[in-house]
Design a protein. Structure first.
Length: 757
């Protein structure tokens, strides 16, 4: 939201009161409280009237400094904030002189200017990260009448801003206005299913605006050298997160807001769905599943979308008997085919649902202010929305899902959660509906994930569309409604890069696009992109997404890249485990992986899967693609070609290839299984060595299905000889490979010396 009219004027009806002087400083063990005036105090008379701001500085974890600004501290309802399960009260180091106060938490310090000329300077050592200085912190009286608090943090020359949730707009957010409110807008607009009030800087720090309700960001769009964020009301809360690298920022951010648990290995395989409005029943689903098997197209999960329930009755959690007369028997038959089963759900209950009357009678729905049930026709006619602040409603909702799990269902696609009223409604726990609008989706996913955790244990996984900050604790998330063209494929990637830059470890998207019918080239290129994402799903709106209905070559592409992902699973699952332990996501932007390379700061059409793989999806009919390789010798994983990095390359690939490069000095554990994602990764594994320098070593990790480590070690090179050493654990029937040449197989053993010559 813009408050100024250019450099010198304000918008009509706006009165601004800017932080001007730090008048008093109160130091406590775990906080420093500043009394900040909005005019210079020259004499006693200037202490009369206000506004005056109270600024409290504290640290929820080392390396993070939280700034809480308040005008009136008791006249507004308590604010809801971003969940911070990792927060503690960190003792601050405070140094005070006549002119400034320095507060330090771990690697991060903030200098507070005392007296006239209020300012905060955040730094790591001597390196200044960002500042709040002249007319940056403001309390504004606006038409309405409403009040707003804004902060403006400085941007350095050449500084770029990323993140702010799953944003499909340009990857670099400089110049954009971002409204932090969840909406069901699709991928082709500026709205987001997953708003996250966090931005990452290419200078190696992050800022989390610790607010649940709508936050408006002006990213170098009102003041070209500042990021402004504002919130209606009497207060504003934010955290500055230290680096010095983007990965360090992710570690600290997720240590504070929570990390993702490890999804089960089977969830990394290929998901196929019935699609949305297509006609289907048990015979249709079984036909598609059997045809996938006949064509040797590996499938891990089958998903039933909305119409597994009868029309006008979503959600009643009852199978439509016209198409599924024996659901429990059908699920058993599908399990016998080796499949896991996912069901579509949402948090809405249609008026025609058999559950509607019960929910209304028992008070399980969000209500109007007069106590009646809030209803709408926007989606299911007459639907109500489950009030997840009511423990009884949570138990009721989970009870129906529990019944489906007992029937043989494995997981749920938690769709929607964005179409939530933010005014003229009440919640069971009295929460402000404005504050709850974004948090609703988070709570919805938590309710479902907690049940899955209770029933399925470590097998718990959801496929969620909407969420909010800290929602990475309930994986997995997918990108929502996209079109079936190259432009939408690219915007989906931008959304994924933006979301993973906010601490989300796992992310997926609809292969082929959701709306429309993908042309064969789009479908086949999206297959490559989809199978080289953390999670992979074929899904569409009005047409089936099975490959043989596109063209026969699509079957070949799907087979090749599904099997490739299965062989990569020892590597990918190790990266997934690392993501749960460190908060560094599986999918990483080039700037996150190579922050010191200035060429990577703007790249948004390629990404990294862990440290070892660089992926550049193809977005052209011709197969032509530009890819930037950072410095070093990169090996094309599919062809074995070794190329020198530190430069751009223009390549052309057929549908069985794309720019997929193994990093220099890396070892990728290569699995023995092509037909399923979950198998014994430690048996038959090949340690593929890529461009290892003479005298260097490269580490490897081979995981186990339960998330533990089957083996870890390193491969060393000395001239033309390679030595693999297992420091921990055990591998069976393993070997190493260099330049396409494999060593003899080791039945067991802690080391292997070998020369490919």
């Amino acid at each position: 939201m813009k408050f100024t009219d250019g450099q010198w004027l304000l918008q009509p009806g706006v009165a601004a009161h800017y932080a001007t002087e730090t008048y008093a400083v109160d130091v406590h063990e775990d906080s420093v409280v500043l009394l900040v005036t909005t005019r210079p105090i020259k004499h006693r008379g200037d202490t009369l009237q206000g506004p005056v701001l109270t600024v409290t500085l504290r640290s929820p974890i080392e390396g993070v400094i939280r700034v809480s600004v308040a005008h009136y501290i008791a006249s507004q309802a308590p604010r809801l904030h971003v969940p911070m399960p990792g927060a503690t009260a960190v003792a601050l180091q405070v140094q005070e002189t006549e002119t400034r106060v320095t507060i330090t938490s771990g690697a991060l310090s903030v200098d507070v200017k005392k007296g006239e000329g209020y300012g905060l300077t955040f730094r790591e050592g001597d390196r200044v990260l960002t500042r709040s200085d002249w007319r940056a912190l403001g309390y504004l009286q606006c038409p309405g009448p409403t009040t707003q608090v804004h902060e403006q943090l400085s941007l350095a020359v050449g500084e770029y801003v990323y993140g702010l949730g799953e944003r499909f707009t340009p990857w670099i957010k400089n110049g954009q206005v971002v409204e932090n409110t969840n909406k069901d807008g699709g991928t082709a607009c500026e709205q987001a299913y997953k708003s996250v009030p966090f931005y990452l800087s290419n200078r190696g720090y992050g800022v989390l605006v610790n607010e649940a309700g709508p936050v408006s960001f002006e990213v170098a769009s009102e003041k070209t050298s500042r990021v402004q964020f504002s919130r209606e009301g009497e207060s504003l809360d934010y955290c500055v997160v230290a680096g010095p690298t983007p990965k360090d920022v992710m570690r600290r951010l997720t240590a504070l807001t929570g990390r993702a648990p490890l999804p089960p290995a089977w969830s990394f395989g290929l998901w196929m769905t019935t699609s949305f409005t297509t006609q289907y029943d048990e015979a249709t689903a079984t036909h598609f599943i059997d045809e996938m098997a006949r064509r040797e197209l590996p499938l891990a999960v089958f998903h039933f979308d909305c119409f597994w329930m009868r029309e006008f009755q979503w959600c009643d959690f009852e199978w439509d008997p016209r198409g599924f007369p024996d659901p429990q028997g059908m699920l058993a038959r599908l399990r016998d085919k080796g499949l896991k089963i996912s069901l579509w759900i949402n948090p809405y209950v249609a008026q025609r649902s058999r559950l509607f009357a019960e929910g209304a009678r028992e008070g399980y729905f969000i209500k109007r202010r007069d106590g009646r049930v809030w209803q709408t026709d926007l989606w299911q006619p007459g639907m109500a929305i489950v009030d997840f602040t009511n423990p009884a409603a949570v138990a009721w909702y989970q009870g129906h899902l529990r019944r489906l799990l007992a029937m043989g269902v494995d997981c749920f696609k938690t769709d929607f959660g964005e179409r939530i009223p933010d005014r003229d409604v009440t919640y069971h726990d009295g929460a402000d509906p404005v504050e709850m609008h974004n948090l609703y989706a988070l709570r919805y996913n938590e309710v479902v994930f907690d049940l899955l955790k209770e029933v399925k244990g470590d097998e718990a996984v959801v496929f969620a569309r909407s969420t909010y900050a800290s929602g990475q604790r309930f994986p997995v998330h997918w990108g929502g409604d996209c079109w079936s063209n190259f432009e939408s494929m690219a915007e989906s990637l931008r959304g994924g890069l933006s979301l993973t830059s906010c601490g989300f470890a796992f992310w997926s998207h609809d292969i082929g696009g959701f709306e429309g019918n993908p042309p064969p080239a789009v479908y086949k290129r999206w297959i490559q992109f989809g199978l080289l994402s953390s999670h992979s799903r074929l899904h569409g709106s009005s047409s089936y997404r099975v490959p043989w209905l596109v063209d026969e070559e699509s079957c070949d592409v799907l087979r090749r890249f599904t099997r490739l992902k299965h062989q990569l699973m020892p590597y990918l699952y190790a990266v997934a485990i690392e993501a749960t332990e460190t908060g560094v996501p599986m999918m990483r932007s080039p700037v996150m992986q190579h922050p010191a390379d200035p060429a990577c700061a703007t790249l948004d059409r390629q990404y990294h899967l862990g440290d070892g793989l660089l992926v550049a999806p193809v977005f052209t009919e011709s197969g032509e693609v530009d890819v930037y390789l950072p410095d070093g010798r990169w090996t094309h994983l599919l062809s074995g070609e070794v190329v020198q990095g530190g430069r751009w390359r223009r390549e052309t690939h057929d549908f069985l290839s794309l720019p997929l490069y193994a990093a220099p000095n890396s070892v990728l554990p290569w699995g023995a299984e092509t037909e399923r994602p979950d198998y014994d990764y430690g048996r038959g594994v090949v340690l593929r060595v890529f461009a290892l320098d003479d005298g260097a070593s490269a580490a490897f990790v081979v995981p186990a299905l339960d998330g533990s480590i089957a083996a870890r070690g390193q491969v060393e090179r000395h001239g033309d000889r390679y030595r693999a050493v297992i420091d921990e654990g055990l591998l069976r029937d393993w070997s190493i490979e260099v330049d396409g040449v494999r060593s003899p197989v080791q039945a067991e053993g802690a080391s292997l010396d070998w020369s490919p010559q």
